[in-house]
Design a protein around this ligand. Sequence first.
Ligand code: COA
Length: 416
Amino acid sequence: MTKPLEGIKIIDFTHVQAGPACTQLLAWFGADVIKVERPGSGDVTRNQLRDIPDADALYFTMLNSNKKSLTLDTKKPEGKEVLEKLIRESDVLVENFGPGALDRMGFSWERLNELNPKMIVASVKGFSDGHHYDDLKVYENVAQCAGGAASTTGFWDGPPTISAAALGDSNTGMHLAIGILTALLGRDKTGKGQKVAVSMQDSVLNLCRVKLRDQQRLERVGYLEEYPQYPHGEFGDVVPRGGNAGGGGQPGWVLKCKGWETDSNAYIYFTIQGHAWEPICKALGKTEWIDDPAYKTAEARQPHIFEIFKTIEAWLADKTKFEAVDILRKFDIPCAPVLTMKELANDPSLRASGTIVEVPHKTRGSYLTVGSPIKFSDMKPEVTASPLLGEHTDEVLAGLGYSKQEIFNLREVRAV
Ligand code: COA
């Protein structure tokens, strides 16, 4: 099956998570992704949080599938020469080094554009160019704090909280992938490459858009009616943390189900859609609430929404999270069980759709990873193992026209 990005050659100068998540996605869709790694060590995640001695860590294998690995010291003149050759025949270079690292290596945007004016140069940095923090190195949690996620996540009586979802890392990588694909389409029209830059702060803030909405509403009216602080609590002048409240126009909360005393994930998320009030009452057996003026409208319900949630919890007390959802789905109520990683890993639907995939690996045996969350009617992205360090060095160098003797002579800059 021909994949849409087949024929697109990408120099993957990325490490850790934000950049690798982007290039992995493009590799799934057919791009030829060559990961350039420092000889001897490679991407730092190969060694981080290892579960099997001497085998690449899951952190690496789960973010670098479908790629090739070229080890090359790009700070040495011979290594730079090889990189220049690769640049001349590539479509995209993706990097997420610390600020200024690529310039220090001698590959500024101007130099890259001179070497290959058709190449797209895509970068992730913590903060955007010209930002007063643009010299900072940034990891996931730093970005969540800088992008507004931490101040608005968690409970009002606790500290700012980090989400487990990689809002700073993988999310930024997904933004970058969109930027690269857009620039590739642009190049079809203009014949020119361009620089695509995405900052982790901006990418987090983009996902916190509704919190910026709330800041403006708060400044105008002084309260936020969908937050648990309304109407009994106090509002200050910044968007507060709202616990598990729904961020849209319909209230929701995480509710206890049977077994919550011993199982910390025996919960469902329950949403009270305004127009679904009647089915909710029917599902709960509280038909008297349907026309009761104290319950009938969203406005009337809001002052005692937690009393309503308590009533729903009483109904849930003898139902597991799965039993509860099986009943509520018949009434068209938006809800879901709170699923653990163990449950997700073994979910037959996720296995069947290719969202959870088992990948054979040369040194660690098979491992589970998250496959493409994007599904196509004409293509099923296939996930193949991440490369061993330098696994494709000779192949890539031969592809660049180096003879066996020349490859041997390069041993100082390419040795694993
Ligand atoms: N050959 C020779 N040198 C290489 C190389 C290669 N193949 N690949 C990388 N290097 C060098 C770089 O040139 C740089 O050297 P320099 O600092 O002397 O100029 C160094 O390795 C990498 O530096 P840096 O990226 O700053 O690594 P770090 O471990 O200190 O910082 C981050 C890690 C992630 C904090 C930093 O890269 C960063 O802020 N990146 C941008 C934001 C980001 O993507 N964050 C991570 C999200 S998961």
